[in-house]
Design a protein around this ligand. Sequence first.
Ligand code: NAD
Ligand code: TDX
Length: 331
Amino acid sequence: MELVVTGGAGFIGANFVHQTVRERPDVHVRVLDALTYAGDRASLAPVADRVELVEGSITDAALVDRLVAEADLVVHFAAESHNDNSLSDPSPFVQTNLVGTFTLLEAVRKHGVRFHHISTDEVYGDLPLDTPEKFTASTPYNPSSPYSSTKAGSDLLVRAWARSFGVQATISNCSNNYGPYQHIEKFIPRQITNLIDGVRPRLYGAGLNVRDWIHVEDHNSAVWAIIEKGRVGETYLIGADGEKNNLEVVGTLLEIFGRDAEDFDHVADRPGHDLRYAIDASKLRDELGWTPRYTDFRDGLEATVEWYRANEAWWRPAKSATEAKYAAVGQ
Ligand code: NAD
Ligand code: TDX
């Protein structure tokens, strides 16, 4: 099978490529990645002999057409993915997330290629704290940020291309991922690398916002379950019942590092900060028989801390510039 993975040099895409190479010897993987600040050739180094990396943008219609023409399946991870960046400059979010997804859809339509679109639970907006309510595939779209609104738009393009043009597509909307190779601008790796450097973790606002954490390996096993057993045209929500507020996450990290429970700072809140995300993944579990493997968050977090300790050469070059960007906005 010829597989094109867009964004395969980023966090989730690189883990997807590693998992695919490990578990599916019959699949030939080509990665299409623009190697933006968030993409790193080094994330594919362990599988470099099994993977072809094409450096280019999903907005480049001629390049996309050539790669898609030779593919049996496209799994589309490429995106501008960080909410905070979308608040300081939304422009690349519109280009990559909307125009890039449109460009891919036109190519899979022309060549009749199966397409899986990776998306986020943030398209549904947020939920109140302390209610049993969770997102399902019928929750109305209500995105808050430039990031989540461009992801919502990209999902709607996929749905329209499936219905109007018969594109063979599936969509997944996943909750917050953690694990190896995540860019240190994101919450968990930012605090892990701060703690490695002896710097106090930084919590936006009161720290009561809730995220539904899932290990990246579980996200990716669910994506393969959808590709192999999912119904074309359907949307599946991916989550592993991992709700924690940000204070709890920082508390667990401080414990792992043997630091005092109060050893963190509150900093400026994110404008428009979504309160709570929570996924009802029963459709994925019941229809496709998927279950997560990383059910103990503390164990998963400890393994992730170990990975960042062992792979300082991978993250260190980005640390000071990332922190300088946060410092400029009081975070
Ligand atoms: P990431 O920022 O770590 O990686 C994105 C990758 O896309 C990078 O390698 C980057 O170079 C590449 N890219 C960006 N613009 C491109 C372009 N124009 N052409 C080609 N490549 C381009 O992101 P991530 O956290 O791995 O997220 C991957 C996908 O999963 C995204 O679609 C995101 O919306 C979705 N998602 C992420 C999470 C999460 O918790 N991180 C949760 C749910 C869904
Ligand atoms: O330093 C920080 N302090 C802090 O309190 C950072 C970077 C974040 N936060 C908070 C904001 C959020 O409540 O932590 C939570 C998680 O923040 P992010 O890692 O920026 O993730 P989030 O905004 O929830 O979005 C993530 O999950 C959904 C991914 O970045 C998206 O790509 C995905 O779609």
